[in-house]
Design a protein around this ligand. Structure first.
Ligand code: ATP
Ligand code: RIB
Length: 299
């Protein structure tokens, strides 16, 4: 396997508009908050940043609008060393925006998809060569479901592993789940997935992230295993799941060792929650290794 795995992220690109507040308004109520900041975000973009910082070669397939947010987010990819040639600029459309309310370190998010709606199967067809040159594909649910289905089928035909972070949750056809290598729901997404899919048939593919309770997955012998979260000084959990996914894929593509990759991603995500903004706290490889060693030394 390649030393620097080639990761292709097919996903969303947003500008995050984050307001911090001690009081969350009720319907019809106005409150005074604490602060406002814009951060680069979008689950696709965040996961791409997490993977590239950890040493993967990353290409992102997505779309931004013809506006200042789009321009600056594309620039940001270049600075991170992410290949952004497959990010289309959609005329007369705005870049995706996430309105985030951050209160006590936890978030409430509304995404207005904007250009992310235009990441269609036709776009995937046009970028097929790029996608098929990757070692692993990572997707989330902020782009149209038909695109996810098309890409999973394409990857399956070409024996390329696919990881899906089913967030925000939408129903996914069972025939598509069968072709996915891993699904990484959080606890709420797993509850929804259990209602719409035959859980017993797919439990071997599920890596459940559980916030400060770590990660649960199924060993090849059918036994469930939970890897506890690393202790963290939490400031903002936005992007914790994205860091986990980007890190998991970057590590799994190298050695195909699921447990090692989960352990690594768990440590990476624990560092990400220690800074505000989805991408600001995403660590480089050395920081993750240090966190794992420090935890080992305390045992
Ligand atoms: P988000 O949508 O906020 O990005 P999520 O709901 O998709 O996150 P979580 O399950 O909350 O995902 O978190 C993903 C991973 O991040 C966890 O499995 C864990 O590894 C790490 N993590 C999250 N919260 C904490 C925490 N408080 N302390 C340490 N690690 C954490
Ligand atoms: O997972 C966090 C991300 O979800 C934010 O960056 C926001 O853009 C939304 O897509």
């Amino acid at each position: 396997m390649a030393k620097n795995p080639k990761v292709c992220v097919v996903g969303s690109i947003n500008m995050d508009m984050m307001t911090t507040t001690n009081i969350i308004p009720d319907q019809g109520e106005t409150v005074l908050g604490e602060s406002f900041t814009t951060y680069p975000g979008g689950k696709g973009a965040n996961q791409a940043v997490a993977a590239v910082r950890l040493g993967a070669e990353v290409i992102i397939v997505g779309a931004v609008g013809e506006d200042e947010f789009g321009k600056s987010l594309k620039e940001r990819f270049k600075k991170e060393g992410i290949n952004e040639e497959a990010v289309d600029v959609i005329p007369d459309e705005s870049t995706g925006v996430a309105s985030i309310i951050l209160s006590n370190g936890d978030n409430r998010i509304i995404v207005a998809p904007g250009a992310n709606k235009y990441v269609t199967p036709e776009i995937i067809k046009k970028k097929e060569d790029i996608i098929l040159a990757s070692d692993i594909i990572l997707m989330q649910f902020e782009i149209p479901m038909e695109t996810i289905e098309y890409t999973v089928n394409l990857a399956y035909e070409h024996h390329i592993p696919v990881v899906i972070n089913p967030a925000p949750y939408q129903t996914i056809p069972g025939s598509i789940i069968q072709k996915v290598t891993f699904l990484t729901p959080n606890e709420l997404e797993l509850q929804a997935l259990k209602k719409s899919a035959n859980y017993e048939a797919i439990c071997g593919k599920i890596i459940e992230t559980k916030g400060s309770n770590g990660v649960t997955f199924t060993l090849p012998n059918g036994e469930k295993k939970t890897i506890p979260a690393y202790p963290a000084k939490v400031k903002d959990t936005t992007g914790a799941g994205d860091t986990f996914n980007g890190a998991f894929v970057a590590e799994y593509a190298k050695e195909k060792d699921i447990e090692k990759a989960i352990q690594f991603a768990n440590a990476a995500a624990s560092l990400a929650v220690e800074k505000h903004g989805a991408q600001e706290g995403m660590p480089i490889r050395e920081a993750v290794i240090r966190r794992m060693q420090e935890a080992d030394n305390k045992k």
